[in-house]
Structure formats: structure tokens, C-alpha cells
Design a protein around this ligand. Sequence first.
Ligand SMILES: Cc1cc2nc3c(=O)[nH]c(=O)nc-3n(C[C@H](O)[C@H](O)[C@H](O)COP(=O)(O)OP(=O)(O)OC[C@H]3O[C@@H](n4cnc5c(N)ncnc54)[C@H](O)[C@@H]3O)c2cc1C
Length: 462
Amino acid sequence: MSPLRDAPLRVLIIGAGFAGVGLAIRLKQRGIDDFVILERAGAVGGTWRDNSYPGAACDVPSHLYSFSFEPKFDWSRKFAPQAEILDYIQYCVDKHGLAPRIRLDTEVASADDVLAPPASPPAFLLLALSGLLAAPTAVAAAPPVAPTPVRTDSAASPLAVDSDAPVEPPAEPGHTLAPRHRVIYSNTISARLNPLGVEDRVLFMYQRRLWGRPGRLFEDTHIGIGPIINAAPSISRVGATLQVVPLALLHLRASYYYIGYFGTQEFKAHGFDSPSDEFGPDTIKARSEARQAIPLVGGGQAELSALLQAKLGPIAIRDEVTGFNNQIKLPGTNDVFYDLRHDLLLPGRGWFLGNDADLLYVAPRRHFTLGARATYFRVFYPEAVYEPGEPIIKGNNDHARVGPLFAYTFKDRPHRRFMRPTLFVMAQWWVKHRYRTGQEINQGLPLVVIGFSFTGDLWKRD
Ligand SMILES: Cc1cc2nc3c(=O)[nH]c(=O)nc-3n(C[C@H](O)[C@H](O)[C@H](O)COP(=O)(O)OP(=O)(O)OC[C@H]3O[C@@H](n4cnc5c(N)ncnc54)[C@H](O)[C@@H]3O)c2cc1C
């Protein structure tokens, strides 16, 4: 049986010279085990196996002509002779347990031989010596499911980018496997107009990789936990989040925060007695001038969210639904309060829900993402918050908006301290809102969010 037919492989390397052996060690160090090296000769070593004439040696100092990740400190000469270099390559093969993965006396006559059906396809990547020669078309064409295309503003907050995962452009085929354990951080700063707001979100998260398997469905799957802070001049949240990504198409998150409202009158929480009360921008402005905001209020806020996504070629669709539960004790007779962060009249104790649906074009070389987002928020008021005898009008304070979004990632190298610096901008016109669809604010004025985010690996271990 062909060595290629045993099982689909992630990487197929041709040649067990310096380049092939070095690449194999690096793959193993990144947790990628399903690769095979095909070598046409009967031994490893390449150049240093074939050139054994008297006096053969390297002409670059040996401490440079060796792997940085496998240094050798006892070279016999500054410019080591051929036999010593060959021994070194063999030592690397033995130390890293590569022998079982090397098929000696196996010549690859053409790429078609190893990539053609019925092997279909036997490997994700075919690498000859040190360069990519070909990827099977079935792999190069994006499979229907892909990791997060991009995370910009989320249902959790119209005020800011509020996803608990870093901004993630899509991975290309052959994307390196995430380390088994890692600690990541992400930071997102954003400013918003209509209504006005600014916020910085900082997240630290320990992540444990779930599947070390090839395939885009399993990329970056993990379970993670860590602290999260949303800081704004008048509204801040501090909490912890638990994130589970069982497959690249599904992100689940549960968070609990302490949220506090403080600062200047216009940005503080404003208490009301009923969901039917007026809470539009004019009302809030008048109440602020009369200094009627709640001086300082805070409490618990739980968040549960699920993100489902899929990608076909450069087109991605995503939907994220987030349920929020407030446990905030309001003063006096107040049962509800105006929350500028979500631009909603919320119950002190009770649920509300947000949904973001995206249709995106992800540029194949991952520099930019262009698309549209539709956002919807619904508040579930407990009956007790209505005044006695007052009619209960459901959905009166819900809101919806829709519009384009654009994100540009300057540079993206995986598993670094500083990754994916991304600039994003989004404009959404209000489709449903008690005050922003012409009643108090001109409907032509969209909600605009501009922001910048970046992420990075702080620590990792395979
Ligand atoms: C005498 C000498 C001195 C040198 N000194 C230096 C130096 O000082 N500094 C420097 O940078 N470079 C030097 N070089 C260049 C040297 O070739 C490279 O540094 C390096 O060893 C190349 O490694 P490689 O793995 O890319 O290729 P190779 O060492 O050529 O290995 C390729 C392997 O692929 C196998 N293979 C090829 N085709 C197929 C196929 N179709 N199917 C299956 N297997 C296949 C071959 O059998 C071989 O084992 C020197 C070269 C020579 C000859």
C-alpha cells in the first residue's frame, strides 16, 4: 500500500535534507504530528549524504549552519566537515523521533502522483525541500466551515466592540495549530456616535486547546477562562468569562460582571418607574440638567452568548445571540433605568437579549473584511415593573439597526505577542427605535462605531 493512503495527512514533505528535517522538527514542536517525509535515497542528509569527497565542509561557521532550535556547542571545527554535519542531521532525526515518519527509497516523480484521486487528497500541504509547491485543489478551495472571520462590534454592546474573543480574521488552509495551553490577551478601544460613547475592553484568557486535529472545523477549538474589563468614563464592568469553542463554527460564552454607573449626569443611569415612561435623548438631557440621574448604582450582570458561523469561499455568515440578566438594585420606586451602553430602558432585575447577524466578504489574503450587520435588541420586562392598571405594550422599547461594516487587519502572524492590529468602522441606520427613527433624532443619522483592536499570546506551551 502506498504510504500516502494510510490516512489523510496534514503535511507531506519531500526530501529528508536539512530543510525537510528542520521543517519536520518545527511541525512536531507545534503539535502537528500527522506528516510524512518522502525521501528518494536510502538515508537522510541530502547534500551532506551525497557529497563526501575529501575535504568537503561547510563554508559558513557551523554554529550558524545548524538549527537555531537545536544548537550544537561542540563542533570539532569552526567549519565542520561533511561527516560531522551528516551526523548532526542524523542526531536531529533520532532526538526528535522522526524516523517512523520518514519513508526512505520513496521517490516522488510528480505532484500529481501523490495528490491525484483516489487518495483525494492525502495531505493538506505538499512541501518540496523548503517551499510550498502545491496544495490539493480540494483543500485550497475553502471548505464550507471556517473559524471566526472577524469580530467587530457585538450584540453585547452598541457602545464598543464587546466580543470576548480577539478579533480574528479567517485562517488560511495550513494555518498553524494553536498551542495546547496558552494565555492570550486582547484589547479593543472604540468610539461611538448616536448615541455617544467610548469604551476600552481588555481581556486575558487562559485557553486549553480541545482538538489537535487537522481540518478547519477543529482550528482554534478551546476552552478558556479569564478576567475581562470594559472601561468607559461613566460605565464600567469587571468580570470573568468562560468560553468554549467545541468546533470552529460555534463559540459559546458565559460571563458574569459587576457593572457600575457613575460619572457625569448625561452618562449615568437614569431611573424610571415604568417601561412606558419617556426616556428619549431630550428627556435624558433635561433630567441631566436638573441633576436627576441616580448618583451611583451598580450590580451584577450575567451574559450568555452563542456565535454560529460558516464560510463558503470568501463569503462568511455569522449570527451571535446574547442573553443578559441584570441584578441591579435601583433606588426608591424605580424599577427600570436608562442604560446608555445599550441605549435601552432596562429592568433593574430581568432579562434582555441582543442579536447580531453578519454577511461578510473576507478578502482571501485576509487583509480586509467588508459586509453588513443587522442588530436587534429585545427587553423582557417582568410584569411587576409596570404601574398598576397600566397597559403592557410588548416590544415598545426594542430596537433594530442595519448597515455596513469594514475591518482592516494590518498584519497577521500567528501566536505572537502582538497580533492582528485591526481597524474597524461600522455605520448602522436605525430601523426601529422609539426616538431615533425620526421622533427625536433624524433617521438619516446612523449609529457609527470606529475602533482599533489587537491581540497576542502572552504564554504558550505544547
Ligand atoms: C559541499 C557543499 C557545501 C555546502 N556548504 C554550505 C554552507 O556552508 N552554507 C550553506 O548555506 N549552504 C551550503 N551548501 C548548500 C546546501 O545544499 C544547503 O545548505 C542545504 O544542505 C540544502 O538542504 P535541502 O534540504 O534544501 O536540500 P538537500 O540537502 O539537497 O536535500 C534534498 C533531499 O530531497 C531528496 N529528494 C529530492 N527530490 C526528491 C524526490 N523527487 N522525491 C523524494 N526525495 C527527493 C534528496 O534525495 C535529498 O535527500 C553546501 C552544499 C555543498 C554541496
